[in-house]
Design a protein around this ligand. Structure first.
Ligand SMILES: Nc1ncnc2c1ncn2[C@@H]1O[C@H](COP(=O)(O)OP(=O)(O)O)[C@@H](O)[C@H]1O
Ligand SMILES: [Mg+2]
Length: 279
């Protein structure tokens, strides 16, 4: 555990001063707020079943003791992002099943509970999509055939791909896995697509639920488009070497906000049931 703590401490030594991707990539000026609100309103609205969410460890839709660790993570993350003028946050891990999708979704719900804060969640893990299941989205609720691949490659508009909860949280998920995920994440038009979404919908944050770093090139290919990244490590599963390599690779491309140590067995009173995180 000491060595794991050392890895976390290491991850605190951030690269600073990288230009915000979100600011540098806007190709058309932001729409007036009223236009952005109208665009949000035009997205199909879904409601989530709290029991299904809880069963899937998505516990941040409402304020609660279970949501508190995610609220703390949200507050720290958003504080840094606001200070730096960053809007795009990637969530990744060294290897699969560390809890990226679970934490990304909890962060998104937690952000949207903040007053005047809107978030867009994009399921960029196109090889192993899980968000439709985690969110318990019925066939009716899903945008039929919607995929992040079509969105990022410019074949589908955000307005045709996204769903919303309330007026400040939107999701684009994947119906099915895609094979050429790296090609799509590396696509030439991706930067413009993201800039256009930001200009039109003016979210305070865009959260990208990424694939794991050490399995293929997908995540590294995409880091040019984000402002910062959170690394999710699984206690007793992620090795120090994996976390270290993951952190070094990512830090060469973007700002590493920190390592979230998930799946810990600390006592809840000490650290919260979802574990401890460090910056
Ligand atoms: N803190 C946790 N404690 C126990 N199980 C967890 C925790 N976080 C996530 N899980 C479970 O681990 C599995 C993988 O989580 P997921 O978020 O899909 O990982 P990833 O997106 O990194 O592949 C899921 O079954 C999820 O419910
Ligand atoms: Mg996942």
């Amino acid at each position: 555990m000491e060595r794991l703590q050392a890895a976390i401490t290491k991850a605190r030594e951030k690269q600073k001063g990288m230009a915000p991707q979100s600011a540098s990539r806007q190709n058309s000026g932001p729409a007036p707020q009223s236009e952005a609100s109208a665009l949000w309103q035009a997205l199909p609205e879904v409601t989530f079943n709290p029991r299904t969410l809880t069963q899937n460890r998505i516990v941040s839709m409402e304020a609660s003791a279970e949501a508190t660790p995610f609220d703390m993570l949200r507050t720290r993350t958003m504080r840094i992002m606001q200070e730096q003028g960053w809007k795009r946050l990637a969530v990744t891990s060294p290897t699969p099943s560390c809890g990226k999708s679970t934490i990304a979704l909890n962060l998104a719900f937690s952000m949207a509970r903040q007053p005047n804060t809107s978030a867009i969640q994009i399921e960029a893990d196109m090889r192993q999509p899980s968000q439709n299941r985690l969110l318990g989205l019925s066939r009716q609720d899903r945008r039929s055939g919607s995929s992040v691949a079509d969105l990022l490659s410019g074949q589908t508009q955000f307005s045709e791909a996204a769903i919303r909860r309330g007026n400040d949280l939107a999701f684009v998920t994947n119906e099915a896995p895609v094979r050429n995920a790296s090609d799509i994440l590396l696509g030439e038009g991706v930067g413009d697509v993201l800039a256009q979404i930001e200009a039109d919908y003016q979210p305070h944050a865009m959260i990208f639920d990424m694939p794991p770093v050490l399995v293929n090139d997908d995540t590294m290919a995409f880091m040019q488009h984000v402002d910062c990244v959170l690394i999710i490590a699984a206690a007793e599963r992620s090795t120090i070497a994996e976390i270290d390599r993951c952190e070094r690779d990512l830090a060469s491309q973007t700002n590493v906000l920190g390592v979230v140590l998930n799946k810990c067995h600390f006592t809840p009173s000490e650290y919260g049931s979802y574990g401890k995180y460090g910056y």
